[in-house]
Design a protein around this ligand. Structure first.
Ligand code: 5RP
Length: 308
């Protein structure tokens, strides 16, 4: 494996413990303004520092993530269908490798739809993407998306993950299921688990724990973080399992503690809505005062300009 590819991979799967916490915010590429992700910039800002990497589309990266951020980007490069269209599996590659490099991506991601109408197209696209990506040392993450009528059992997911790995994907993202060890054992590349639909926080932490226990390197969690009442608490709790080896009880206790603090802060703000305003007013008064001190003629000259 080339140096560049290894280096990029090490930004996503941390080499000291072979674990990864990815924050997924790419849902809008087919769902539009997903519930609680209507304003990606606001959602991403407070939780970004707790993830190892961000799974994102180029549109959200450019508009909603600061270019000064040092969080590695996993750039979704596939799309073409929406939730109200005919068939979600009809995806193509929509972002070039050149663009991914311009956006300083640490990996590119695309979905394959094994067993669906557009299976052939998406699997061939994965092979082509790997061909291009290998030229630049860019890792490819294959998302094994599940069609409506396809089950999420170990038999199907093992098949889908293995197909992705055989095409050369460097990481595979899939769903957790019973007997998940089987899925992991038959896939020769690291597996990251998607969080899936919003479930109660404790259950999402259990899913995180079970996935790691079964051999996944990490989680790519979206809705179970930012659709939680307390996203900052939730991401830290998930992180404590992935990177701190917490068990579910420990992680859930952490979640409850941080959630309680969050509630306290929110109620303080509600009781004193002008708290921030008055802080800002004081700050700008101080700034004006020091400007005047530095330039005592400031007001004079602006008055004289007015009179002209
Ligand atoms: C959508 C995706 C998402 O990134 C993935 O499903 C993870 O998000 P969530 O935890 O909300 O399921 O690939 O196609």
């Amino acid at each position: 494996m080339d140096w560049g590819l290894k280096n990029r991979l090490s930004r996503i799967i941390k080499p000291h413990n072979n674990r990864a916490l990815m924050l997924a915010v790419d849902h809008g590429y087919f769902l539009g303004p997903t519930e609680k992700l209507e304003n990606p910039k606001k959602v991403i800002a407070p939780i970004l520092k707790y993830c190892d990497s961000l799974m994102v589309t180029r549109g959200v990266q450019r508009t909603s993530v600061s270019p000064t951020s040092d969080t590695p980007m996993v750039l979704r490069v596939s799309g073409g269908s929406s939730i109200i269209g005919d068939d979600l599996s009809q995806e193509d590659i929509t972002v070039s490798l050149e663009e991914a490099i311009r956006l300083n991506a640490s990996a590119v991601a695309m979905s394959i739809f094994v067993g669906s109408k557009y299976e052939y197209q998406t699997i061939v696209n994965l092979g082509k993407l790997v061909n291009e990506a290998e030229k630049y040392g860019m890792p490819v993450l294959a998302v094994t998306a599940v069609g409506k009528e396809l089950g999420k059992d170990a038999r199907y997911l093992s098949l889908a993950c293995r197909v992705a790995a055989e095409q050369g994907a460097h990481i595979v993202k899939t769903y957790y299921c019973d007997n998940f060890e089987k899925v992991v054992q038959s896939c020769p590349v690291p597996i990251i688990v998607a969080g899936g639909k919003k479930i109660p926080e404790r259950d999402a932490l259990q899913l995180t724990y079970n996935s790691i226990k079964a051999g996944a390197v990490g989680l790519d969690m979206g809705r179970n973080i930012w659709q939680s009442e307390h996203p900052v608490a939730m991401i830290q709790a998930a992180r404590s399992i992935i990177h701190g080896n917490s068990n579910v009880e420990q992680a859930y206790s952490l979640y409850k503690k941080l959630a309680a603090q969050d509630n306290q802060n929110k109620s303080k703000k509600q009781n004193n809505p002008n708290q921030n305003k008055s802080k800002k007013q004081n700050k700008s008064k101080k700034q004006n005062k020091s400007k005047k001190q530095n330039n005592p003629n400031q007001n004079k000259s602006s008055n004289s300009n007015q009179s002209k």
